[in-house]
Design a binder for this molecule. Structure first.
Ligand code: PGA
Ligand code: ZN
Length: 425
């Protein structure tokens, strides 16, 4: 049984305060989890409770910590850690708001994840095994190697330029190809006379003038590393278009120009023609612009993976609406957008039942916690994005996958086949 829960304020990869929670069972077994934090957040995300005021730029989380130590601690005392759904339900009820505004999704999620860890530890099982059972596979990984948008101070408005191994004999083999490409990319950027400083997710943040230039550099890096673009290494991007959507004009203010929604579609079309190795686009339209997001899906959903992040925020209710309208064919999954392990599992189930792929995601503000690596394997979610193969808060997730692959053996390696995996049934 759960004896007590306890939280503390720690710091994330951007130096901002965040919540760490411990769950302590009656036999003394412990589970611990650290909560990540986004920068390009969706409007409908569960509430990340911050203290406000002057301390730590208003970003302190002592209120959330206190909620764990007092009311959540009292509510969970003597409950069953192996009944994750019940533990999560107790916290959802205690909060009582639709978006976890009272206790804070950061408070609730920390305890939710730490409960799963404590339960796994009590059974002496790895987390991926406890949450997932048998017949598990390693995911295809997406690595953000050029950072723009809210994650870097440069002229690029597309937020994330990712590379992904589409041909590999094991997770390790794919990851080695990614690191080779990453190091080659550094040389390509240097040779073009740009700086190689890193953005929030470990990707380079060169002050390029356009997203097209960034894609060209990725293309060149793949070739110079000795790989065939689209065959061995493919490209994906997250436009995070909510951040260049103009709410007054309903147009997109993108890299110094104004695009109507149709013009933006034509721009993406041009990119897809020029770089056929692009296999996945996330948030091509803003979170309020569902109609154009749906239209884009109709036009390109058979050709590429189209991922919905900001419009649905890992929220089963919003995901159901998106499915009804035919928005996207893939759902981005972030535990802290919804705030419990149970609701996140529900979101994944709902998406996959309807033929959508799922991509588990880190946040731009991360911690050393590798929960999402285990979680991705446990749910056979098939895809994970966790940033560049650089900066420990990113790489530790991949290192954890290397450990899991070692335990499972390479039989557990799986590759989502693009675009064949994009099928509705
Ligand atoms: P965030 O960005 O973690 O800064 O919100 C990630 C994303 O948009 O996918
Ligand atoms: Zn996104």
């Amino acid at each position: 049984f759960i004896d007590s829960v306890k939280a503390r304020e720690i710091f994330d990869s951007r130096g901002n305060p965040t919540v760490e929670a411990d769950v302590i069972l009656s036999d003394g077994t412990r589970g611990r989890a650290e909560v990540p934090s986004g920068a390009s957040t969706g409007e409908k995300e569960a509430v990340e409770l911050r203290d406000g005021g002057s301390r730590l730029q208003g970003k302190g989380v002592l209120k959330a910590v206190n909620n764990v130590n007092t009311s959540i601690n009292a509510a969970l005392h003597d409950s069953d850690p192996f009944n994750q759904a019940h533990v999560d339900q107790l916290m959802i009820q205690l909060d009582g708001t639709p978006n976890k505004a009272k206790l804070g999704a950061n408070a609730i999620l920390g305890v939710s994840m730490a409960t799963a860890r404590a339960a796994a530890n009590a059974l002496h099982q790895p987390l991926y095994r406890y949450l997932g059972g048998t017949d598990l596979e390693l995911p295809q990984t997406f690595h953000n190697v050029i950072n723009g948008g809210e994650h870097a101070d440069n002229g690029i408005d597309i937020q994330e330029f990712m590379i992904t191994p589409v041909e590999r004999t094991s997770f390790r083999d794919g990851f080695e190809k990614i690191t080779n490409t990453y190091h080659t990319l550094k040389k390509v950027i240097e040779a073009a006379g740009f700086t190689t400083g890193l953005g929030d997710e470990g990707g380079f943040a060169p002050n390029l003038k356009s997203s097209e230039a960034a894609l060209q550099m990725l293309h060149d890096a793949i070739v110079q590393a000795g790989y065939t673009p689209g065959k061995e290494i493919a490209i994906a991007f997250d436009a995070a278009a909510s951040y260049f959507y103009n709410r007054d004009t309903k147009n997109y203010d993108f890299e110094g120009q104004t695009y109507t929604p149709d013009e933006l579609g034509a721009y993406y079309h041009k990119l897809l023609d020029k770089f056929p190795e692009i296999i996945s686009i996330e948030d091509p339209y803003g979170e309020e612009d569902w109609a154009n997001f749906v239209k884009f899906t109709k036009a390109y959903g058979q050709r590429i993976q189209i991922v919905a992040d900001d419009p649905v925020c890992t929220n089963p209710k919003l995901i159901r609406e998106a499915i009804e309208q035919g928005m996207a064919n893939s759902i981005l999954i972030k535990l802290n957008q919804i705030g419990t392990v149970t609701e996140t599992l529900e979101a994944i189930r709902l998406a996959r039942k309807n033929g959508y792929t799922t991509m588990i995601s880190h946040r731009s503000g991360e911690t050393g916690d590798t929960f999402i690596a285990d979680f991705t394997v446990a749910t056979n979610a098939a895809e994970l994005k966790s940033g560049a193969p650089a900066r420990s808060e990113r790489v530790e997730k991949y290192n954890q996958l290397l450990r899991i692959e070692e335990e499972l053996g390479t039989d557990g390696t799986r590759l989502a086949h693009f675009p064949d995996n994009v099928k509705f049934d």
